[in-house]
Design a protein. Structure first.
Length: 185
């Protein structure tokens, strides 16, 4: 490995470490509702992780950035950010994060009052969660389509989605006694 290769590897390592640290900081800032600072930290984290070649981390930072932008009322920016996330996870074939990304994109579309687009994206999110056999993810992903359908005035479909949500939640519920029940005996 030549000097320039070592320097490039050291830069990538440094950028990856700083990006991961900023991603963690952005998450804490988001949770403490310091949203403007969270946007700065998450934006920089995504840039550094991209430079480091850590594309999964980059798109996790973009996911959190999109959620934060939406919380700030910047729905159009959130939509564009979440579209990048969805495209990435679709490209790499990570259906778990694809379902999450589509759910976040759908929520941003709802925030922008683009209900019909949201219904389409969120329906695909639910189908993806169902296809990968994650009942808990499926149940969690059914709330946003119901909200989008309600916004679009499609009330009969809202009832159907809520019934599916109940069935998915029941399927995801643990069976048998809980650990607490067993230790109490």
């Amino acid at each position: 490995m030549g000097r320039s290769d070592r320097a490039e590897a050291a830069f990538r390592d440094s950028a990856g470490l700083e990006g991961a640290t900023l991603l963690n900081l952005g998450n804490v800032l988001q949770q403490t509702r310091e949203l403007a600072e969270a946007v700065e930290a998450l934006t920089r984290a995504a840039e550094l992780l991209r430079l480091a070649g850590e594309h999964h981390g980059e798109h996790l930072a973009l996911t959190d950035l999109g959620v934060t932008l939406q919380a700030l009322g910047r729905a159009e920016e959130a939509i564009e950010t979440q579209r990048l996330v969805v495209a990435h996870f679709r490209k790499v074939g990570d259906e778990h994060f694809l379902a999450i990304g589509m759910s976040n994109l759908g929520s941003a579309l709802v925030a922008a009052r683009r209900f019909e687009e949201a219904v389409e994206v969120l329906t695909e999110s639910v189908a993806t969660a169902r296809r990968i056999g994650r009942p808990r993810a499926e149940s969690a992903s059914l709330g946003p389509p119901a909200h989008a359908l309600r916004g679009a005035g499609r009330y009969d479909e809202v009832l159907t989605v809520h019934r599916q949500d109940i069935a998915a939640a029941e399927e995801a519920a643990p069976t048998g006694p809980s650990t607490r029940d067993e230790t109490a005996r």
